[in-house]
Design a protein. Structure first.
Length: 129
């Protein structure tokens, strides 16, 4: 009885940086060398090294992205705090104006108060006095 075994291996070609010979090696082995920065040799014996392992490149990019995310998050929190403070200040000034107080000199103007109450009651936040 004859048994035929067919094996399919994916080979990836690469070129020696020293002598220029083109050679092939299994894809998984070449990927392993790329990933870990290991040394492999061309058929003429020249050492080939991937200077910066892919893992280190990806880790560096990940750290940079995380740093940028943290920076943007910090800026966003600062901006949200500023918005909340400005809203609070605006509500305070609006309340004073609705009551007839000048926001600059703090003097009371009856006409302004009367005008706001009669012509702009919707601006009083539902307060009808």
């Amino acid at each position: 009885m004859v048994v035929k075994v067919i094996t399919e291996i994916g080979l990836e070609t690469t070129t020696c940086i020293t002598c220029g010979v083109v050679y092939a090696m299994p894809e998984k082995l070449l990927d392993f060398h790329r990933l870990h920065g290991n040394t492999h040799y061309c058929p003429n014996g020249h050492g080939q090294v991937f200077c910066e392992p892919e893992v280190e490149v990806l880790n560096r990019k990940l750290r940079a992205a995380q740093d940028r995310t943290n920076q943007l998050e910090y800026q966003l929190n600062g901006a949200l705090t500023d918005i909340a403070e400005k809203k609070k200040e605006l509500r305070r000034v609006k309340r004073k104006v609705n009551a007839g107080l000048c926001p600059y000199c703090r003097r009371h103007f009856t006409n302004l108060e009367r005008h706001v109450h009669s012509k702009h009651p919707e601006e009083l936040n539902g307060k009808e006095e």
